[in-house]
Write a protein that binds this ligand. Structure first.
Ligand SMILES: C[S@@+](CC[C@H](N)C(=O)[O-])C[C@H]1O[C@@H](n2cnc3c(N)ncnc32)[C@H](O)[C@@H]1O
Ligand code: SF4
Length: 442
């Protein structure tokens, strides 16, 4: 159900990436790039689709890579794409946010990290307050790589924890001792990284309340600034390696609700703020401040306080977002590299906003960020008649009795309905959702 149902989109984009089509090609992407107003602040996402070892539970699009050759070649391709993009961005555009995600960007050697960062800084202007965040696998980091990332300006690290319980780690194919995680956290802090995020999961095989509580308490001892508490999505038809996960050991829907509640209570009790459907943050963290001020947004990385209108994705399968729509690079690393090495754009597919897409995207974003729809913003921003909006509200409310409060002027998800937030948001999704079609964009 809802938050706890792997088949309901996470709505890190609307429409979800599974609804993208061949409508968007290089020419369209080029057109969107050239219409970025001069002087804009934009965000960059850089994707590294490799890991040293694949964890069985993981639904991310990533390849296991033991040797360094393909990683070195991929970094060269990223540099080629950076050069192409630099030639196309209008004058005066500055980068305000940079995120390296994957896969595991920390499998790059320190020299490759420095090389990539230098290419980015030579190609683009960064704002004085630019933020740089990196996804870090504690098993795949050392002081040389932390130093290279800090020298490149890393201001936030996002570490994958998943669960501290040794038995669960074995069952999900991801061994990572508390000590390894603690050392990574301490080394990052000692190197001056000011903000730390940690990802943990509920709904894992053999997870029960006691194990969940123990894992959260161990995480709290590391005092992360933010936590993403994701529901484990079991989608073996998409991520074949998940067939190694024992399905009969997976908690049922009700158990998942209890596991989430157990973790949530511990975070709240420790002073963290509830952020949207699956995040927690210390009150002085940027995400908590954005949530309190109604400035929380949702993008491909989940929740963010990033307000840039344009996010450009670099790398295989990376998605760019423009006010006009989405453009996704070719998913296969070979096709991606062939295109960018030839000096071309690697755009493979995407979506051009049409009809009421933008309005629905914003309504879904509001529901997942604030659990309510700001009707004034919607009626003024999208020129929809109050009566038509009221009709949409009533239709969705009828499907979720007792879970939402709907009047002609307001739509709000009640606390009882929060576990179903993604499903309720789907009530405003005009695209047909097929049962197995959605791809978790972790
Ligand atoms: C792109 S991964 C990168 C993390 C990094 N490679 C690491 O292992 O630490 C980001 C996060 O996606 C989440 N994730 C991956 N597979 C998932 C699944 N099947 N269900 C829910 N979350 C998942 C994990 O919490 C993971 O930390
Ligand atoms: S969890 Fe991280 S290291 Fe493990 S397979 Fe996924 S992306 Fe790779």
């Amino acid at each position: 159900m809802g938050l706890f149902d792997a088949k309901v989109p996470r709505y890190t984009s609307y429409p979800p990436a599974t609804k993208f089509s061949g409508d968007v090609d290089g020419a369209q992407y080029l057109n969107w790039l050239s219409s970025i107003p001069s002087g804009s602040r934009i965000s960059l996402y850089l994707h590294v689709p490799f890991c040293r070892k694949l964890c069985w539970f993981c639904a991310c699009r990533t390849q296991g890579m033991r040797s360094d050759g393909p990683v070195i070649a991929y970094v060269e391709s990223l540099k080629a794409e950076i050069a192409v993009l630099a030639g196309l961005l209008p004058e005066g555009v500055e980068i305000a946010r940079l995120h390296w995600g994957g896969g595991t960007p920390t499998l790059l050697s320190p020299a490759l990290m420095t090389d990539l960062s230098r290419a980015l800084h030579e190609a683009f202007d960064f704002t004085g307050d630019a933020e740089f965040s990196v996804e870090i696998d504690p098993n795949e980091i050392d002081s040389a790589r932390i130093d290279a990332l800090v020298a490149a300006g890393m201001s936030r690290a996002s570490i994958g924890v998943q669960d501290f319980d040794p038995h669960i780690q074995e069952v999900i194919g991801r061994i990572q001792t508390y000590e390894v995680t603690r050392q990574a956290v301490e080394a990052l802090r000692a190197a001056g990284v000011g903000s730390l995020n940690a990802d943990i999961l509920f709904g894992l095989p053999d997870q029960d309340q006691a194990r969940m509580a123990a894992s959260v308490q161990m995480l709290l001892s590391l005092m992360p600034d933010r936590v993403a508490l994701y529901g484990y999505a079991h989608v073996p038809w998409m991520a074949k390696r998940q067939s190694l996960i024992p399905t009969d050991a997976l908690p049922g829907p009700e158990d998942r609700v209890h596991l989430y509640d157990t973790a949530r209570e511990l975070f709240l009790w420790d002073g963290y703020r509830d952020i949207g459907i699956d995040h927690f943050a210390r009150p002085d963290d940027g995400l908590a401040k954005a949530a309190a001020a109604g400035r929380l947004r949702r993008n491909f990385q989940g929740y963010t306080d990033d307000t840039c209108d344009v996010l450009i994705g670099l790398g295989a399968s990376a998605i760019s977002r423009f006010p006009q729509g989405y453009a996704q690079n070719a998913s296969g690393t070979a096709a991606y590299q062939k295109a960018v090495r030839a000096g071309d754009l690697a755009t493979g597919r995407g979506h051009v906003f049409r009809g009421d897409d933008r309005m629905r995207a914003r309504m879904i974003e509001m529901l997942l960020c604030d659990f309510r729809i700001d009707t004034t913003e919607i009626t003024q921003g999208f020129k929809i008649a109050r009566g038509d909006l009221a009709e949409m509200f009533a239709r969705t409310a009828a499907a979720f009795p007792g879970m939402v409060e709907a009047t002609p002027d307001a739509f709000r998800i009640l606390p009882e309905g929060r576990p179903l937030a993604r499903m309720i948001a789907r009530g405003f999704d005009a695209y047909e959702m097929c049962a197995t079609g959605h791809s978790p964009a972790f």
